[in-house]
Design a protein around this ligand. Sequence first.
Ligand code: PLP
Length: 441
Amino acid sequence: MTPNNLRRSFLKKLAGMSGLMTMSPFMTKVLAEDVKEALLQLNQLHPEEAAQDEELWLRIQQAYTVSPNIINLNNGGVSPQPKIVQDAVDRYYHYSNEGPSYYMWRILDQGRESVRMKLAELAGCSPEELAVNRNATEALDTIIFGLDLKRGDEVLLSKYDYPNMINAYKQRAKRDGIKLNWMTLDLGMEDEDAIAQRYLEGITPQTKVAHITQLINWSGQIVPVKKICAALKKQGIRTVVDGAHAFAHIDSNITDIGCDYYGTSLHKWLCAPFGTGMLYVKKEHIKNLWPLIPDHDPQRDDIRKFESLGTRSFAPEQAISQAIDFHNAIGADRKRARLYYLKDYWVQKVKDHPMININTPLSSQFSCALCNVSIAGIDPVDLNNRLFKDYQIHASPVVWETLKGVRITPHVYTKPSDLDRLVNALLSYADQPQKSSLKVN
Ligand SMILES: Cc1ncc(COP(=O)(O)O)c(C=O)c1O
């Protein structure tokens, strides 16, 4: 056997073993080398070709330490970190404990500048427009509470925006007398101009700001933010984009999107440490956005004024860099193509069943990894519970506005065989007689 074949047969055996936790450091090192080699090979391939190379993905999956005992299809909630990211967090944490105020404040604190630069490169904007924080909620609440809005000013948003953000605007409405206007977004719309038109129809002469969710968490629908931001800009309206589900998943070049403010978590699609997020404020708006937690000069023109969070662990934010390296090693286009491929893999096998509804547009322009499915006559919470009880599949039930279903979210480490189990489960439930009638399309 050639060394490559040996490695492959070793990996095939490994696929049947019960995870990395039991391995010796030597084995872990061999695996890390193999992951590196697989990533290099993946980089030679066109995204569509790479998406289908199961052998390479099997090798890349070894970079994760996910449990072999459950099938996690709720990566939309929060994603696991590759081992190199977990190890970096551990390292920085132990290092901090050698002398917390010295190592955290004198040494690691300086590292934030390099994290900022790497993030800015990934986000396609200037480092002077990016603040590192703890999650999308913190980033977007900084914007929502920091905007200079006065009584009577209006904000446009949608009922499908994320509850934390809706609640923040509602608090401002109660406290400061701003008015909220709701645009009507029909899930499933696949016409960029028509969606942008809906936003335009929602504005009035008092509208100052519009809030847009780039990828809707409930259904996985991609919203044409670039088009919407351009249309609203012409009307003099500033735009806040919630990129929690889009960043490092679909194309999210912030300068290209053309928004004024952007907030995202990094512990979802980037696979960065839990409790990491990012705030973008267009340079010209930094001065006039009030920080949530002020430092000595809340009106200065420096993005760092949004990072005055007090004492917290610096280990997670430092290890964002390792997550960016891993993401770049796969390549944004190859990652997106693989995620879309995985969604399509299971959807194609169930979508024509007369009892099964797919509540997400299927084109790659309007969806990627996230997909919402329902079975006629089965309550989504019940379906979600049964998936775990019968098949150890962890997913997320959605009952929100008009949408009722279970959200299925694979990630790059998900195996087609995991999705076969999902397909098997859905088809077997759908074949059983249900209380109500056929699906509605
Ligand atoms: C669209 C959207 N925005 C914001 C958030 C909040 O993210 P975090 O919990 O990381 O603050 C989420 C979380 O799922 C989300 O789906």
